[in-house]
Design a protein around this ligand. Sequence first.
Ligand code: SF4
Length: 282
Amino acid sequence: MSISPIRTGSTAGNSSDFMSDYKDLQIDDQWIRKQRGTKNQVDLFRPCHFLIEKERTLSGSIEDIITIFLTNRECSFSCLMCDLWKNTTDRTVPDGAIPTQIEWALQQLPPARHIKLYNSASFFDPGAIPPADYSRIAELVKPFDTVIVENHPLLTGERCLQFARMIRPQLQVAMGLETIHSGVLHRLNKKMKPEDFRNATHFLKENGISSRTFILLRPPFLSEAEGVHWAKESMHLNRELIAVWSFPHGQATEPWNCCNRLDTLPLLNFGRWRKSRNMGSV
Ligand code: SF4
């Protein structure tokens, strides 16, 4: 299949093609931030959202998994497709706020064996989750078997190991590869190359920490067919990836936010691709 580096055509009403109108534009932090509206009001001591849902686990079984969407300081990256900034603060939240949010959400939810602490940024960005809170978070997640956090590949380092050593459950780190199409990845303003992602996954693996990967299904600048092609190519970057979920990335309101993201789990006991209840197909 022949794929153009970045689409140049334009089709009315088609959000990704719409982005082709910006092909000559310098898409950087400044431009992206200029397009944004105002943030939602948030409570520093309450998560933005929490839920429990079924998901396939590393062992292959389908189990309940809790997700708590923590309220914290806005991500230090400004990716084009991301609208998670809407429910964030401008400053680092006070020490103790994050554990209070987790504790409160857990009181509202039934028990489960797995928990995602997603934070609209990087868990190991000290400006988002104060390291002073790690030990209280470790106490709160003691009853779980797995803790999944999200993190930018460039911030995946020693702090992950420090936290992994502090918690009883197994740590898993979710990272956004988005796409290995280097032209599109660059224009997404992710500020990393596919090699950075690969290095981060290897670093985690060498240290006994599993990872999962977010891949964009049809990012801006690509057609439907190109989006599917590059989602498949992106999964091949790490041949250990498996089990794909497709979900909207935030509540998209702008054309550049209107892409779906695939959530992939590492291949451990899976001998081949398996479908789960909410698995997307590519
Ligand atoms: S996609 Fe992730 S790294 Fe990029 S701005 Fe959003 S939260 Fe930050």
